[in-house]
Structure formats: structure tokens, C-alpha cells
Design a protein around this ligand. Sequence first.
Ligand code: TXA
Ligand code: MG
Length: 319
Amino acid sequence: MSIISTDIAKAVELLTNEELVAIPTETVYGLAGNIYSDLAIKAIFETKQRPFFNPLIVHIPSLKSLSSIVSNVPEKAKLLAEAFWPGPVTLVLKKKNTIPDLITAGKNTVAVRVPNHPITLELLNRLPFPLAAPSANPFSSISPTTAKHVESYFDHKIKMILDGGACKSGIESTIVGFEDDEPVIYRLGSTSLEAIEQVVGKVKIKNKKESNVEAPGMLARHYAPKTRTILTKNIIKVIEENSSGKIGVLAFKNTIKHENVTFQIVLSETANMEEAASKLYDALHQLDEKNLDIIIAEKLPTKGLGKSINDRLSRATKQ
Ligand code: TXA
Ligand code: MG
């Protein structure tokens, strides 16, 4: 029997019994457990084969619950929460002592967000505890944007995937930390830098090296297909350099016309970044299943979500 189900009551029961349930969000599917259950949290790390030094995001039902998780909310954090929650912005704030060290990898900060998905909001409202949920994929592989993706990773390893359809935003939340109460972006994501700056003014982005320290999950190789992947502005040139193998192409808006291409996906024919983001991981999953020798991905224009998409693609290409 399939573990994919829409039964919220069953998800409540499993989570209450310290089991894991994969949950839909607007960004990607998460692998969720009770933040106060050592058993559940350890199972999350074990199931994902995620190193314990990489902390988890806490999911709460509304801004009202924030005060039970964090001890201090800088003014600009409040502005961001009011502007984007429920939605794909994760805030890293000083944690309350009641938040277990396992969640935060021993840090004195905790990452927290209100996801924007009706089914998961309903679930969070029915539970007396928040949910820790990293993306529901094995460590460093492509994040899941459908219940089927999760099933292909974790069938037999978890008891239930709560089905909420395909994720609308399609890439992870944007993570914002605070240094001297000023916002700093640790991970680009589904909320564009421009949208964040409209609310709080100019924001610094940590470069990769620095952000490895702040958000250890942002390792160079991440979100990666098993197939060798190359990111380029000049697809035709890379096709010609690799003409002996089976080639897959991930194009932004224009179909690549070249006889050596075996399989290709165009992310958005109208050059719409939101559409491209929502299709990105499913496209990588599909390309990865085609037994190709190489996936050639086109670099997007670096505005709006293009920056976040390029960030994910560049991590997908690291060996
Ligand atoms: O959209 C999302 O954020 C999805 C959905 C399921 O909510 N979740 C997600 O979780 O992407 P995960 O675990 O795959 O990525 C969480 C990132 C990691 O890079 C981790 O290092 C960082 O958040 N993080 C968590 N707690 C942190 C903290 N206290 N300080 C800095 N970074 C933190
Ligand atoms: Mg992840």
C-alpha cells in the first residue's frame, strides 16, 4: 500500500507518537517530527543521513507562536515576518532555552518559519507542538517537490507522506539571520532579494565561504543529481565539447535545437522566474532518471529568483 495519503488526522496521530511524516510546503516537501521529541529528531537525521552539525528549521502555525521559540525579535525580523509569513522566509533568531540543542546543532540561534500551505497549516494548528522539517531528501540530493519524489527516496523508511500536490514555489525558503540586529541573507531562496530589500532596505548576502559557517547546510555540493551536471551560459558550446555522450539539457526559455540532445526541458517559455523556480527540481529529477551521460543546465539572468535558481544549479554541479 502506498504511504502517500491526504489523511491529516493520521498525520496528527503519527507525529504525536513521535513518528516522522513528510509534509507539503509551498517550497519543497519537508521530513517532519515533533521538535520536543529526541526520538523523532534523531530519526530525521538518520533517515536523511544528515550530519548532526547541520541544524533544522522549526515550522510554526503563525507569528503568534514565535515567542515560544525565540527570546528576542529584532525590529527588522518583525517586519519580515509580518510581510512574508505565511511564506518562504526563514528567520534565524536567538533561541529560547526550551529549544533542544539537537534542533540547532548546539547553536544559540534557531531557524523558524510559517509555511504557506493550507494542509500543513491545518496540521500545525491541530498539533500542540511545532514541527522540525528539513527538506525530505537524502543529504545533498535533489529536494522533493511532489509526494512521489519523497516516496522514491523514503518508501519503507517512513510511514506516511501527507499529499499536498506539487509545491508552488519549488525552491527552498530564503534564510535571513541577524548580526547586530541587521538582516543578513544566509541562503537565497523562494523570496527574492529584491522583495526582502523592499521591506528592510539593503541586505548583505553572506558569501559561500562565510555562509558555510553560519548555515552549515549550504555546502558546496547540494541539491545534486547523480548525473554529471554542468552550468553554462553557452549551451551549444558545451554540447559540442561533449558530443560523444547522451546529453540532457535544462534550458531557461528557448528550446535548444541540436541533434546531439537526447532529452530536454524548458523551464519557462515566457521567461517567468516564478514558473522556472517551481519547475526546477522536478526537471532535475526527470533528467536524472534518463540515464544521461551529462546534464547541461543554462545559467539564468541574475535578477529576481534567477539568482536563487543559479545558486541551486551551481551547487548541483559541484563534484
Ligand atoms: O523551504 C524550506 O526552508 C524547506 C521547507 C521544508 O521548509 N526546508 C529546508 O530545510 O530547506 P533544510 O534543512 O533542507 O535547510 C535548512 C537550512 C540548512 O542550510 C541549515 O544549515 C540552515 O537552514 N539553518 C538551520 N538552523 C540554522 C541556524 N540556527 N543558523 C544558521 N543556519 C541554520
Ligand atoms: Mg535541504
